[in-house]
Design a protein around this ligand. Structure first.
Ligand SMILES: *Cc1c(COP(=O)(O)O)cnc(C)c1O
Length: 384
């Protein structure tokens, strides 16, 4: 090992890795609060870096998980019977069309593992969610990246469906679409998205990632689960990590045809969703008041951030999620560092090729205020 923990470039072990894996860079998560406080010797910091729900999670879900603790010596139900039934009722869909994952990330990886191989391609947009190219490359398949809309477009840096369709060819097995997209916050309307799905050959899966669905619905972003019966090649992913506030327990799922679910089930790890996650998610699903409160709080927060950025003279992309992408007049890394010193963690997005932006999660009104103050101070420091 070299001093910084990276293996030397000629290390044999790396050469033995699968070709796609060799070219991979690990996913960079947001900095945990505990790490910031350890490194900077500060307390009382806030994290607006991973699109977590600032209201926490449904109290009923937390209570269900506490009760479930009695059962920790036992393996979880590998088929997730109760959660699956609850989701089937919620979506009005057959239980056999639901695939549960250890976060929707797990489902995305299962899709790549099951449907891609070397030489096969997956199409995605520039600036799309970073997990897509990682999942594709890990399967040693080829990510084909379509240029995004230009910054002056109504959905700046968002998915350009025509550019994506141009890249769909005979070897394309998956198209990944995030609606809305992270980190841009941009979204696709019903009509163009339906037209796109209808234009993709049936041998290509269209994966519509609706991680922010509960927030996005309020802005009029379509619910692609309504089209599952029309398109056997449509797969819709959802998660309990965002509006449900359960990122820590790792549970997500996809809805698809029975056939796609059957294929995914062959690569799924036997106990990929743990028992706490199953009981927490089942209870959280029923707590519609918590979701409604989260959505209301998020809408107010988006407005607060929008006004705050405008007052600082900053441009931000419109967002259908619980975060905003804001363009800075200074190097984002400098602003990021300055904000860290003030105990505010946000997310630089240079790994997306966005080297003028920060992605900032909507917090509580107080957290938003603190973040805007820190950002204003940092920008003031750097003013010429
Ligand atoms: C956060 C996020 C996910 C969900 O991740 P989990 O593994 O379910 O926690 C999926 N897609 C997008 C676009 C996201 O932003």
């Amino acid at each position: 090992m070299t001093g910084d923990g990276a293996p030397p470039p000629d290390c044999d072990v790396v050469r033995w890795a699968a070709p796609g894996v060799r070219a991979l860079k690990p996913y960079q998560p947001g900095k945990p609060v505990s790490e910031l406080e350890r490194e900077y010797g500060i307390g009382d910091s806030i994290k607006l870096a991973s699109n977590e729900n600032p209201l926490g999670a449904s109290p009923a879900a937390l209570e269900a998980m506490r009760a479930e603790l009695q059962e920790m010596a036992l393996y979880p139900d590998g088929g997730c019977y109760r959660l699956r039934q609850a989701l089937a009722a919620h979506h009005d869909i057959e239980p056999a069309r639901i695939t549960l994952g250890n976060g929707s990330n797990d489902v995305l990886v299962m899709l790549a593992e099951a449907f891609l191989l070397p030489g096969r391609e997956a199409v995605m947009s520039q600036y799309a969610f970073a997990v897509y190219p990682i999942a594709v490359q890990a399967a040693s398949a080829v990510p084909r990246v379509a240029r995004a809309h230009p910054p002056e477009h109504a959905q700046p840096l968002g998915h350009d469906l025509e550019a994506m369709l141009d890249l769909v060819g005979d070897d394309t097995r998956i198209v990944f679409i995030a609606n809305p997209n992270n980190p841009t916050g941009t979204w696709l309307e019903e009509e163009p998205l339906l037209k796109f799905i209808g234009s993709v050959p049936p041998s290509t899966l269209v994966v519509v990632d609706e991680a922010y669905h509960e927030y996005a619905l309020a802005v009029g972003v379509p619910d692609a689960t309504r089209w599952l019966d029309r398109f056997p090649n449509l797969v819709v992913t959802r998660t309990f990590s965002k509006a449900y506030g359960l990122a820590g327990i790792r549970v997500g799922y996809c809805l698809s045809s029975v056939q796609v679910a059957d294929v995914l089930n062959r690569v799924r790890q036997p106990f990929n969703v743990n028992s706490l996650a199953q009981s927490g998610a089942e209870t959280a699903l029923a707590d519609r008041d918590f979701i409604a409160a989260s959505v209301r709080s998020n809408q107010a927060g988006l407005e607060q951030l929008g006004r705050g950025f405008e007052a600082l003279g900053l441009g931000a992309t419109p967002s259908a999620g619980n975060f905003m992408l804001v363009e800075l007049p200074v190097q984002p890394e400098l602003a990021y560092e300055g904000m860290l010193r003030r105990g505010v963690i946000v997310r630089p997005v240079g790994n997306y090729g966005l080297d003028r932006h920060l992605r900032i999660t909507v917090g509580t009104p107080g957290q938003n205020e603190r973040m805007l103050t820190a950002l204003g101070e940092v920008l003031g420091e750097r003013a010429p």
